[in-house]
Design a protein around this ligand. Structure first.
Ligand code: TYD
Length: 218
């Protein structure tokens, strides 16, 4: 049997959008269809990138200025792409990634005000515009997301909460960023309504993925 083509799918969204749970469901969905799957995340996803993740997510919220933070995100992303994602795709695996470069456009570009163009230049320089085949934009009202993230917050280690301390205006800019990213690349980016119970949202994700697979050359 010939090796199937590798597929790279990213999940994006604000805090509390249920990405990690839905990624696990989609992982099983692909396994039931006989595919090899790896689940990975950003920042992180390779040994070097995980070290950079620790620098990014721990410490004082003002620890890095916005440009340094963006550069660290892309340093970690390059390592992740070269050491984990590309090799997995070359072996015909399905790569499911919790956040990718769209998060840098939304968080550093819109949230921290660096601008989408600046981030897209880094994207080009760092990984030559390498991007997912499909991006699932998990869409949730800000209120609902923050309430969910707040419940989770009680269990999050103090070391990893640096990004959760941002204010409401920041989350509005994020949401606007994700909407504009989707509008700019509607073929790659598909919005999934993330408001609902886990099974309902999983069915929505599966339906979008099925549609995507149907449109791909075998
Ligand atoms: P994580 O604990 O993985 O949060 P989440 O479950 O919300 O994905 O932490 C990742 C944080 O890093 C998250 O707040 C988003 C932020 N981030 C950026 O600011 N830029 C990026 O490019 C990426 C990948 C993540």
């Amino acid at each position: 049997m010939s090796t199937p083509s590798g597929i790279f799918i990213s999940f994006e969204g604000g805090e509390g959008s249920g990405k990690s749970t839905q990624i696990r469901f989609l992982e099983q969905w692909f396994r039931h269809r006989g595919r090899d799957v790896i689940v990975t995340r950003e920042p992180g996803g390779s040994p070097g990138a995980e070290e950079i993740r620790a620098l990014l997510l721990t410490g004082d919220p003002g620890r890095w200025d916005a440009v340094t933070e963006a550069l660290l995100m892309f340093a970690s992303r390059r390592d992740h792409v070269e050491r984990t994602i590309r090799p997995a795709i070359a072996q015909g695996q399905v790569v499911l990634c919790d956040r990718f470069a769209d998060s840098s456009v939304a968080y550093q570009g819109y949230g921290h005000g660096l601008g989408a163009d600046f981030i897209r230049q880094l994207w080009k320089l760092a990984v030559n515009d390498f991007k997912p085949d499909l991006t699932l934009m998990m869409d949730l009202p800000i209120e609902t997301g923050l309430a969910r993230a707040g419940a989770r917050f009680a269990n999050v280690s103090a070391a990893e909460d640096r990004f959760e301390k941002m204010g409401r205006a920041f989350h509005q800019r994020l949401q606007q960023g994700f909407h504009e990213i989707t509008a700019a690349e509607p073929d790659r980016c598909r919005v999934v309504d993330a408001d609902g119970d886990v099974q309902t949202v999983a069915a929505r994700v599966a339906s979008v993925v099925e549609q995507f697979l149907a449109g791909r050359p075998a």
